[in-house]
Design a protein around this ligand. Sequence first.
Ligand code: HAM
Length: 417
Amino acid sequence: MNIQAIKGVKDILPDDMPAWQHLEATARRIFEDFGFSEIRVPVFEYTELFARTIGASTDIVEKEMYTFEDRDGGSLTLRPEATAGVVRAVIEHNLVHTDPALKVYALGPMFRRERPQKGRYRQFHQVDVEAFGFTSPTVDAETIELALAYLDACGVRQHELVLNSVGDRHCRPAYVERLRQALRDVAPAMCADCQRRADANPLRVLDCKVPEDQAAIDALPRITDHLCEGCAAHFGEVRRQLDLLGIPYRLSHRLVRGLDYYVRTTFEVTSDLLGAQSSVLGGGRYDGLVKDLGGPDAAGIGFAVGMERLALLLPPREAEPRCDVFLMPLAAAALDRALRLQRELRGAGLAAMLDPEGRSFKSRMKQADKLGARFVAILGDDEMARGAWTVRDMARSEQQAVPEEKILDHLKEKANG
Ligand code: HAM
């Protein structure tokens, strides 16, 4: 039996790449326009980092991490998301001390052992954006504006912004206690996950998707009715600024997100074109996380876009092949000269190619067409005798003879012109 890729892990093939390159290039352009710099953090970290940031009783940490024992007995985990690693790196390299307002983005693969289905994979890619050192609600609104600007620049049209505030350490504990109390009566009739979480981490009950549990969940106390003055004011200002910027949103008190580090603003962008896995992007504020992990008291806010889901929302893109010059040595003695010219053209930054198999003239012309060659340079017996190449301008269907000593400069000038 041939070995196949792991279930839920996808190859991204050459035909897929034009779309991916477009999404990645657009990310770099838009994020850098908003003042963000790229950062790359490892794909694996000590397991404890994820348990301490994402939260020990979340789905991700409880059931979805690829964790393995290192040879020295330490526990390592393939990153299920990027925020934890970025926060660790920011602390380790003192980045918030040197630049109190740090804005970074990261691109790369993440790993979660979820049940694979359309839009849900075990290795998937995120573009992740994080800003440290900002407490102002203006930055919440701006971060959301950035997320939407990115989707817009990629060409995504049909989507909805969902918004919530999950409170902070002043108001959330009291709310969570209320939730715990309310769940005491209803949890025994709910799914096994809800029963377990009703006491250990009641907020997670709000993430439950089991249809039979929804009526009970809808009747539970709502965080937005229990925000402290500071959180209510912050949330009010975020909403006011979104209105000011003309950014529509839907409020959802159940948007607590699947990670424990959030405080105050949380948001997601969903699209009904995605089916069950409707969230293309999610994020929020996580003030306190940097400090909890041993760093300075720096606020944080960010979001991550799922690239596979984003790609699903866009029409396929055709590859744009680039071939400036296709060389066609037809005489046996012409190959050596063509190989040297190919090297010289490449050295000058041009995309030069030839057919190493030496197929017929007709099939080589077809190949040149397929490659989108702009010029074809032919060196056959006649050309060798004359000491001049035949250069064909493919767009104009014109040919001219170019003396051997001028061929490099001629092609450079034509191709760059
Ligand atoms: P998240 O909501 O867990 O947030 O993931 C963000 C996005 O990653 C989702 O909206 C989805 O598009 C994509 N995604 C998640 N799981 C899968 C999967 N199994 N297959 C395909 N795509 C998936 C975070 O990861 C946070 N770190 C976001 C953040 C950054 N918050 C603050 N800063």
